[in-house]
Write a protein that binds this ligand. Structure first.
Ligand code: UD1
Ligand code: CA
Length: 457
């Protein structure tokens, strides 16, 4: 049976990144590079996907889980050696094997598909995916003969001056006849500038054996970009960002300035939503239709329903139902659940609290560990004092209640439906339905006192 397999190379440390984090675990638009690669590979049918791990093996395996098989390359002796490590799984299989690097996050499944088709149609023993780089420095160069056939691939560090001028690069993606690949790998040596076993050397070996080698040149260099350092990482983010934003635009989302709007890979946004400049939307966030996400808002892992208006605010792990609004300059901390048509105004912080339909919290208020019912009016500067220095306690406010400005609600406290809390009160006791609670010093007026002040005398 003929199989299709993919090997993802991810064992390197990534010295050039200068990082404590292993290279392939650096993220592009919220997804680790190796996950970006795997996500595209998964879109085409594979019999085996094998990831070669070494540095950070456990972290990479944890990241990708059961989506791949793994082999360990203990010592990083080069990409040829890395591929060889997969032989216990792949060695005996009939069929084609694609090799791709874990540090090329921008490839699309469509390109992999085209490469496989091209390879299988051409009956070549190996097909290398190439592109023309505006600045080929650092990449392996594709050396062709006068008739345009590929002779070999030469690494930057081994290239002659003439070879360095070639701008057609090895993208690091190849499809091989599986059995021929493992046979040729046994013939690769490490007699080169880096003392490594280079995978691309198998191309030269096939050539010497008189076998047919194909090259498939892709149009878009950006898609083949390899990330070896932080500059390339920022370039890859830029390309991916543009791609993500354009796919949202194609789905009917408007962007004021897509060049400075940062949206992670898996974010979903509904039609006719407007995303203003400087917005960041991260993680598993889902945003409905006809919403507005105002300038410089930052949203992490939230579910925002339709017709929600977010004005310059910071939202984490929370949910906002239809018609609600927040901001400017407000903060939803984890587990805020904001009901339909709730209004949260400026400088409002909500944490682990549920606020039901139609309630208004207009200004300068902290709501923590609380449940607020429907149609409540919370005045300005109200504090839900939830923490006694050791434990957190709950506050409950019933439907249609009124909380006057500058009230402190000292939890645990229960305020029943239709209660009225006078402004400036510090509430420590429960309040019954239809009652008013007032807890503040009575005012005393001193007649004519102004005239007695020394400076007015
Ligand atoms: C490699 C290619 C180069 C190509 C470029 C495309 C080789 C020798 N060179 O160069 O022709 O233009 O990719 O981006 O293959 N890895 C291992 N084990 C190792 C060494 C590397 O698993 O022993 C992995 C790395 O984690 C990385 C990938 O292989 O994901 C490529 O290695 P890297 O060192 O980045 O190769 P480049 O210098 O970019
Ligand atoms: Ca690389």
């Amino acid at each position: 049976m003929s199989t299709r397999n993919t090997i993802i190379l991810a064992a390197g440390k990534g010295t050039r990144m200068k990082s404590d984090l292993y290279k392939v675990l650096h993220q592009v638009c919220g997804k680790t590079m190796v996950d970006c690669v795997l996500t595209q590979v998964e879109k085409i049918n594979m019999d085996n996907i094998v990831t070669v791990v070494g540095y950070g093996a456990e972290a990479v395996e944890e990241q990708l889980g059961k989506r791949s098989q793994y082999v360990l390359q203990k010592q990083q002796l080069g990409t040829g050696d890395a591929v060889k490590k997969t032989s216990p799984i792949l060695n005996d299989l009939e069929g084609s094997t694609m090799v791709v690097s874990g540090d090329t996050p921008l490839f699309k499944a469509d390109t992999f598909n085209k490469l496989f088709d091209y390879h299988e149609d051409s009956k070549a023993v190996a097909t290398v995916l190439t592109s023309k780089a505006p600045n080929p420095f650092g990449y392996g160069r594709v050396i062709r003969d006068s008739e345009g056939n590929v002779n070999k691939i030469v690494e930057q560090k081994d290239a002659s001056e003439a070879e360095k001028k070639i701008d057609e690069i090895n993208t690091g993606v190849y499809v091989f006849d599986n059995k021929a690949l493992f046979a040729a790998l046994n013939m690769v040596n490490n007699d080169n500038a880096q003392g490594e076993y280079y995978l691309p050397d198998v191309i030269g070996i096939f050539k010497e054996q008189g076998k047919k080698i194909g090259a498939y040149q892709m149009d878009d260099f950006n898609e083949s970009m390899g990330v070896n350092d932080r500059i390339a990482l920022s370039n890859a983010n830029k390309v991916m960002q543009r791609r993500i934003n354009e796919s949202h635009m194609a789905n009917g989302v408007s962007f004021v300035n897509p060049d400075n709007t940062y949206i992670d890979f898996d974010v979903k946004i509904g039609q006719d939503t407007l995303i203003e400049a400087g917005v960041q939307i991260h993680g598993e966030t889902e945003i409905g239709s006809h919403c507005k996400v105002g300038a410089n808002s930052e949203i992490h892992d939230c579910k925002i329903h339709d017709n929600v208006n977010v004005i310059s605010s910071y939202l984490q792990e929370s949910e906002m139902l239809e018609g609600s609004d927040i901001g400017p300059y407000s903060h939803l901390r984890p587990k805020a659940f904001i009901g339909k048509n709730v209004h949260l105004g400026n400088f409002v912080e909500v944490k682990k609290a549920k606020i039901d339909e139609g309630t208004k919290v207009g200004h300068l208020t902290y709501v923590g560990n609380a449940h607020l019912g429907k149609d409540i009016n919370v005045g300005c500067g109200v504090i839900f004092a939830n923490y006694d220095g050791k434990n957190k306690h709950e506050t409950n406010v019933g439907d249609a209640s009124f909380i006057g400005s500058n009230a402190n609600l000292i939890a645990p406290v229960n305020i029943e439906d239709h209660s009225f809390i006078a402004a400036g009160s510090t509430i420590t006791d429960n309040v019954k339905q239809y009652d008013m609670a007032i807890a503040r010093q009575r005012q005393t007026n001193k007649a004519g006192y102004y005239k007695k002040l020394p400076y007015n005398g």
